[in-house]
Design a binder for this molecule. Structure first.
Ligand SMILES: C[S@@+](CC[C@H](N)C(=O)[O-])C[C@H]1O[C@@H](n2cnc3c(N)ncnc32)[C@H](O)[C@@H]1O
Length: 248
């Protein structure tokens, strides 16, 4: 039996988080309509090969970089390195195959502040059907793919990281902190990890064994605590003011 994330919806969590905390640099991989980065108030980079923006995504941001490309191409281009950007908070929600999320995590950590936070979406499927890797036959409704594998992978290869799993509906939010941008353990073991995990499905890993890897934390309690894991990243809100309309 798989544990089900039934807490506050992740989009509502992000809305409240970004209202409370002004981040310096925010990176998002996988944005589609812009729902998850629209409430961000700090400098923002959003990466998606196929944007379908439908909201007032600029909000009060002074800087918004939209990169319409895959995350692998984005990181290969080294825009973050060339601009000298150190990320405060990142949300990884791109291609839902574990090798993509693993690369997104490795590349994002390498450009993060050591005290930054990386959130990963959809790592807590509540059925095995939604974990399929068959892109030609995706299930109706939620599709998490096999990014659940990031939890056992990071637990095995990076026990130095702090991993917290929120019960944010519908498929959880994994918060990773204690980052080490110089760490190359995942890069050095990348081929081994792919060989070990590619053909593994959730049924053979064991749903119960997966559920024992974490305990859901209450998303509501994290909101009510004033976003404790993020508070040290908050910039002075005076740095952002509502943009004023300029007559032309
Ligand atoms: C689940 S949607 C993102 C939803 C958004 N974060 C939200 O919460 O509203 C996943 C997005 O990942 C994008 N995507 C697919 N492959 C990608 C890749 N290789 N790199 C970056 N983004 C990718 C898709 O185009 C899609 O828009």
């Amino acid at each position: 039996m798989l544990p089900k994330a039934e807490g506050v919806h992740y989009i509502d969590f992000f809305r409240d988080l970004h209202e409370a905390i002004l981040f310096d640099w925010y990176l998002e991989i996988g944005s589609r309509k812009g729902d998850s980065f629209a409430p961000v108030r700090g400098k923002t980079i959003a990466v998606d090969p196929y944007f379908r923006l439908r909201r007032h995504v600029m909000n009060v941001k002074r800087t918004l970089l939209l990169c319409q490309t895959t995350s692998d191409e984005f990181f290969a281009d080294d825009a973050l390195g060339r601009l000298g950007i150190q990320l405060s908070f990142s949300f990884l929600d791109g291609m839902h195959l574990f090798e993509y999320l693993l690369r997104d995590f490795m590349n994002t950590e390498a450009h993060s502040r050591p005290d930054g936070v990386i959130a990963m979406h959809d790592c807590c499927p509540f059925t095995t059907a939604m974990t399929t890797r068959d892109l030609e036959n995706l299930p109706r409704g939620a599709w998490t793919g096999d990014v659940w594998k990031l939890i056992p992978i990071l637990r095995d290869y990076r026990p130095d990281l702090t991993i917290r799993v929120l019960d944010a509906a519908p498929t959880g939010l994994v918060l990773v902190s204690g980052l080490d941008p110089q760490n190359r353990v995942l890069q050095e073991n990348y081929d081994d990890i792919i060989a070990r995990f590619s053909d593994l499905d959730l049924d053979s890993f064991g749903p119960q064994r997966f559920g024992e890897l974490f305990t859901f934390e209450s998303t509501r309690a994290m909101i009510d605590s004033g976003f404790e894991p993020f508070r040290h990243l908050a910039l002075d809100p005076a740095l952002v003011s509502e943009p004023k309309r300029v007559s032309t």
